[in-house]
Design a protein around this ligand. Structure first.
Ligand code: UTP
Length: 290
């Protein structure tokens, strides 16, 4: 079955980016000229996704506004002859069919995904974490969808993380299949002891899940950090049907982390056709003083 639906969990509290995220959702933090979540929606659309459910909560209303029409602004832009910007602004509201649901309590990523059950129905669906921006020529989500179409199993986007950071991520048991594809048979969220580390491969920001995940989530108890962890539910899939891991191409930026936000800003600005050259010249000047 074709994957046309995506879920973007964006209801986290963003405590690692405080105080910026006290009233501003981290998913709305700007990278050069667009909020992070717009890069993520565009990646989904470029991967063939037509319907997107964004999981929000209190205080995240500006995410809805961003993907809505803005008649007063549009009129003003047209009246002042700013056709290009007008088209960009209107285009945001036409990217996909975008729906919103609130996660009423912030009980973890697994709990957030479980809020998507009625939107998803009985279809496979993509999950794009709202604070993970991935930039690359081949959209990461599309790479995962291709692996789903090939192997017919749930898929996780994976990358190796440094050994001293694995306790903050998930750790996967993987066997190599072909090229950048792996078979994953076990996983653990935030391993605290060395003997719990299965490998340095971790799930980073993207999954394609099958609808059987919802029944599993219904029975998933709070895990690491007292939250209902998506990893704990996916572990059941990994141990039974197996999950395909895709060591995806593309650069991932963690918008839930202050250094990640700075890296995204610098690298995406350097690649920007309008700003790149002047920003590069500026950085070179600054670099001389470092
Ligand atoms: P994170 O664990 O990175 O988000 O979740 P967080 O809870 O905001 O992080 P802290 O507070 O800085 O440690 C990954 C994704 O899952 C969403 C987040 O918005 C983020 O996009 N999420 C997390 C939810 O939607 N609901 C939750 O209950 C937890």
């Amino acid at each position: 079955m074709k994957v046309t639906k995506a879920v973007i969990p964006a209801a986290g509290l963003g405590t690692r980016v405080l105080p910026a995220t006290k009233s501003m959702p981290k998913e709305m933090l700007t990278i050069v000229d667009k909020p992070a979540i717009q890069y993520i929606v565009e990646e989904a659309v470029n991967s063939g996704i037509t319907d997107i459910l964004i999981i929000t909560n209190r205080g995240k209303g500006i995410i809805e506004d961003h993907f809505d029409r803005s008649p007063e602004l549009e009129e003003r832009l047209l009246a002042s002859g700013k056709q290009d910007v007008y088209e960009q602004v209107v285009g945001i509201s036409k990217l996909a069919n975008i729906y919103f649901v609130r996660q009423k309590e912030t009980k973890g990523l697994g709990h957030a995904v479980n809020c998507a059950r009625s939107f998803v129905g009985n279809e496979p669906f993509a999950v794009l974490y709202g604070d993970d921006v991935i930039i690359g020529d081949d959209p990461a989500c599309a790479q995962l969808i291709r692996a789903y179409e090939k192997y017919g199993k749930a898929v996780v986007g994976i990358k190796e993380v440094p050994a001293d950071a694995i306790s903050k991520y998930s750790s996967l048991k993987v066997d190599h299949l072909e090229d950048n594809l792996y078979n994953c048979t076990d996983m653990v969220e935030k391993p605290q002891k060395k003997e719990d580390v299965l490998s340095l491969y971790s799930i980073l920001g993207r999954n394609v899940l099958t609808p059987d995940i919802f029944d599993i989530l219904d029975h998933t108890q709070p895990g690491a950090g007292g939250e209902i962890q998506l990893t704990d539910a996916m572990r059941v899939l990994a141990q039974t049907a197996g999950i395909t891991g895709v060591d995806f191409t593309g650069k991932r930026y963690d918008m839930g982390d202050k250094l990640g936000i700075l890296q995204a800003t610098v690298e995406i600005a350097l690649a920007n056709p309008l700003l790149g050259d002047s920003f590069r010249a500026y950085l070179k000047e600054i670099a001389k003083t470092l």
